[in-house]
Design a protein. Structure first.
Ligand code: NAD
Ligand code: UGA
Length: 477
């Protein structure tokens, strides 16, 4: 089979960027990204794409309506394609068995059923969504049970490793492409076909092929390992604050060991994003189901440490502001779960805002890329408040940092946007209530300069004296 047409079901953070890059690098393949959401598809076809991702606009502009199409006509795209990516969401279940832990596979199942209904020719179906181990078996079962006489399917696992904010670079220069499939002749052929697509720009030696279950588990494992590093350094940030060690120095010293490496050792207010928590909870659930309670408990601790870190930071704000934030106005800098994205899924900023709102604070919120409506929806969600009206009155959302600081008692930096480093903090200080506090949840600001202006500075993983001034090595002697 020669791949001339690809269909991708799910036009989200993965389906959109991944297929845009495939279209860019494979001009002879016609790529159609489909979605149930009419609004999302019309945004993909507009000048304002539904997601903010550096470099994405350029890639889409180069290919859209040439060999890259966004459509709600799911059936036609499936019918025409030889290869179909399933890139739908796999959120944590919010009901029934496995609630709060297992992955909800209803969107994967509905995509599989749609393929089974429509397909009239042989298809390679590629699981790109992150799924539990052996999910491919369920997809095969659905397709097999609805098989039309002469249609044959091959199921591959091809998990995605891109990170938001760097997605285009991650896709163009992937560390590895992982393809899992069946060890049969037709399975090997399907692996070759998908591998051929990637070989348009990825060197062959970086394309790793495994059996299907290894591929599915490797994706969960990679996210679990990454998150584990963050929880590890965050756990040590608490030790640093209690002892006088500096977590940046510790991370550097540890990371210089080539066996450990320096990446993903940035202490923070905790990790966010749509996947780390979801995928580890899923891993924990799988381990429990396999009667491996010790393994489940081991990975659960990565999540528990992250919760602890988010709460620890929120509590520190309250303690420093004389144990009461009631009716105090506080500025939140950054709401996205990391810089260079407008995504707020599982952002630690929600935990911080929720805690402060519960204590009676009023919030001025500013993020360079997150829509105002999204912030409102997140903070009035039933999981955050049972009084959405109260929250609506207690928060104001701003279009720039300077307006957001007027008459506030503190700035809480939740996202490491570059622009926060270069603001005119002297001007900001003059607009704030005194004493003025800064809580740097990302360790990106110039703390010494801020102190010289007059700010009381608190950060992660560094011991502070009572007034919140950073103790330098010299003053501790
Ligand atoms: P998303 O919510 O942004 O997008 C999923 C899209 O699928 C939505 O637009 C939804 O409308 C659509 N959809 C759902 N069911 C459908 C159906 N039956 N037919 C057509 N469209 C349907 O999700 P995402 O962030 O792109 O994540 C997708 C998957 O990729 C998840 O399994 C996630 O774990 C994994 N993943 C995500 C990232 C990331 O950075 N976001 C990275 C790697 C892997
Ligand atoms: C993560 C993985 O990095 C991707 O490989 C994976 O494909 C993706 O999840 C997924 O499966 O969805 P993403 O969540 O987009 O990507 O972003 P990361 O850069 O991993 O950051 C996740 C969170 O960890 C952010 O809140 C970030 O601020 C935080 N983080 C990251 C730290 O607190 N410290 C660090 O050192 C690194």
């Amino acid at each position: 089979m020669v791949i001339t047409k690809i269909c991708c079901i799910g036009a989200g953070y993965v389906g959109g960027p991944t297929c845009s890059v495939i279209a860019l690098k494979c001009p002879n393949i016609r790529v159609t990204v489909v979605d149930l959401s009419v609004e999302r598809i019309s945004q993909w076809n507009s000048d304002k794409l539904p997601i903010y991702e550096p470099g994405l606009d350029d890639v889409v502009k180069k290919c859209r309506n040439i060999n890259l199409f966004f459509s709600n006509d799911i059936e036609t795209a499936i019918d025409e394609a030889e290869l179909i990516f399933i890139s739908v969401n796999t959120p944590t279940k919010t009901f029934g068995n496995g609630r709060g832990r297992a992955a909800d596979l209803k969107y994967v199942e509905s995509a599989a059923r749609m393929i089974a209904k429509v397909a009239r020719s042989n298809k390679i179906v590629v699981e790109k969504s992150t799924v539990p181990v052996r999910a491919a078996e369920s997809i095969m079962h659905i397709l097999g049970a609805n098989q039309k006489m002469d249609v044959k399917y091959e199921i591959l696992s091809n998990p995605e490793f891109l990170a938001e904010g760097t997605a285009i670079d991650d896709l163009l220069n992937a560390d590895r492409i992982l393809i899992g499939g069946e060890c049969t002749e037709t399975g090997s052929n399907a692996i070759e076909e998908l591998s051929w697509v990637y070989q348009h720009w990825i060197p062959k030696e970086r394309i790793l092929t495994t059996n299907t279950w290894s591929s599915e588990l490797s994706k969960l494992a990679a996210n679990a390992f990454l998150a584990q590093r963050i929880s590890s350094i965050n756990s040590l940030s608490a030790v640093c604050e209690a002892t006088g060690a500096d977590v940046t120095e510790v991370a550097k010293a540890v990371g210089l060991d080539s066996r450990i490496g320096s990446k993903f050792l940035q202490a923070s207010i905790g990790f966010g994003g749509s996947c780390f928590q979801k995928d580890i909870l899923n891993l924990v659930y799988i381990c429990e189901g396999l009667n491996l309670p010790e393994v489940a408990a081991y990975w659960q601790q990565v999540i528990d440490m992250n919760e602890y870190q988010k709460m620890r930071f929120s509590q520190k704000i309250i303690e420093c502001l004389f144990n009461t934030v009631s009716d105090k106005r506080i500025t939140i800098f950054g709401f996205a779960f990391k810089k260079n994205t407008g995504d707020t899924r599982e952002t630690p900023a929600i935990t911080v805002c929720k805690t402060l709102l519960e204590e009676g604070a009023k919030l001025n919120i500013y993020d360079p890329k997150v829509d105002h409506q999204q912030i409102l929806e997140d903070l009035t969600h039933p999981s955050v408040t049972d009084s959405p009206e109260y929250v609506r009155k207690a928060i104001d959302i701003f279009d720039n940092a300077y307006d957001a600081v007027k008459d506030t008692y503190a700035i809480v930096l939740c996202t490491e946007w570059d622009e926060f480093v270069e603001l005119d903090y002297r001007a900001i200080y003059s607009k704030m209530m005194k004493p003025a506090y800064i809580f740097d949840g990302r360790k990106i600001l110039k703390h010494k300069e801020l102190q010289e202006i007059g700010f009381h500075v608190q950060t992660i993983g560094r011991k502070l004296n009572r007034t919140g001034l950073l103790r330098s090595w010299a003053t501790q002697q």
